[in-house]
Design a protein around this ligand. Structure first.
Ligand SMILES: Nc1ncnc2c1ncn2[C@@H]1O[C@H](COP(=O)(O)OP(=O)(O)O)[C@@H](O)[C@H]1O
Ligand SMILES: [Mg+2]
Length: 332
């Protein structure tokens, strides 16, 4: 893209105790996008979202946002200015709205009282707050429930209230962590159409989901995260073509030092986009199987590995995606 990014995630790594949960993640987010972060449960989506809003501090790396949007001072040459979310926490707090996986509103307050309460956390003028509450009640389809206790809301309405609370201060960037989990398909569609509506009003959206099929139609770009690493970032269309054209090369070798083979084959710029060791097999995913096999044979010779079996096949898109994200195939 030719525009400067609104957010720059730069080489973030995060540990919990000994476990490295995010591994050197870099991503640019552009204004007006709906950016989807896709990965199976435990892949690091929530941790990444909490790092990028400055709520959790990574051990390494930084997150920078377009600072010149929020200050009067501009750079002399008109170039965008960036500041770290960890250093400019007050501005970062206003930049982001975050709807977490679990409800964060108060059960014992009504819908409207919740919105007022969340607005009070941002030092908003009463007039601006009242106007935002009014807009959000309509936009999120909660007008008829404004006096209902949040604890009495249905699942879909709870989710809408949570998103409304995240939007109360008119953030530039709305973060949604699995906004449709535990909802039935009709309620999911409703949430997704609201997400698109919010985006059309100018809000940049970053969302996490573990269903590619649910979000592929309206995200501008998708990042696939697996074990704390971004393994791919592309438009849904490009991702689809790439994955649809990709093939699976399975080999068995002797003595079978697969991690050495994997290391030799997966260099930056190679046509390999994932390698997995499963049981006695090494599995390589690529959209250029011929080139990869050529290189593979050469590598085996150098590493003194004897080829016992090789098999090339073309998995279906869903199947491939599940393999890549490591998600178990669920029975329908
Ligand atoms: N507060 C925490 N303390 C220790 N481990 C954590 C904590 N939060 C998350 N983890 C671990 O980090 C990994 C990634 O978790 P998470 O970011 O929640 O993944 P996702 O949102 O993709 O399901 C998991 O292995 C999880 O158990
Ligand atoms: Mg999560």
């Amino acid at each position: 893209m030719d525009r400067p990014p609104i957010l720059k995630i730069q080489r973030i790594s995060k540990r919990f105790g000994k476990k490295k949960v995010l591994k050197n993640i870099s991503l640019d987010i552009y204004e007006g996008e709906i950016f989807g972060l896709i990965g199976s449960s435990g892949s690091g989506k929530t941790t990444l979202l909490k790092n990028l809003i400055g709520y959790l501090a990574p051990e390494e790396g930084d997150v920078k946002f377009r600072y010149d949007y929020f200050v009067k001072k501009k750079s002399k040459d008109g170039k965008p200015m960036y500041a770290s979310v960890f250093k400019q926490q007050r501005l970062a707090k206003n930049l982001f709205g975050f709807a977490s996986q679990e409800p964060s509103f108060y059960q014992k307050l009504t819908v409207k009282e919740n919105l007022k309460y969340f607005g009070s956390l941002y030092n908003m003028h009463k007039k601006a707050l009242d106007s935002n509450i009014d807009i959000l009640l309509s936009l999120m389809d909660l007008r008829h429930a404004e006096k209902t206790l949040a604890g009495d809301l249905s699942g879909g309405m709870e989710r809408r209230l949570d998103i409304a609370c995240a939007l109360i201060h008119d953030p530039e960037v709305l973060i949604l962590d699995e906004p449709t989990s535990d909802l039935d398909p009709i309620l999911r569609d409703h949430i997704w159409s609201l997400v698109q509506k919010i985006n059309k009003k100018g809000t940049t959206i970053i969302l996490a989901s573990h269903h590619l099929s649910e979000v592929e139609n309206f995200c501008s770009r998708l990042a696939i995260i697996k074990d704390g690493k971004i393994i791919d970032v592309a438009s849904p269309a490009r991702l689809k073509t790439k994955y649809a054209e990709s093939q699976e090369i399975r080999i068995q070798t002797y003595p079978g030092r697969y991690s050495n083979i994997a290391k030799a084959i997966k260099r930056p710029g190679s046509n390999v986009f994932d390698i997995q060791i499963r049981g006695s097999e090494l599995i390589i995913f690529s959209d250029q199987p011929q080139a990869v096999i050529h290189e593979l044979l050469h590598t085996l010779e150098v590493l003194k590995e004897e080829l016992i079996d090789i098999n090339v096949s073309r998995p279906g898109l869903d199947e491939l995606f599940m393999k890549i994200t490591g998600e178990e195939k669920k029975n329908p």
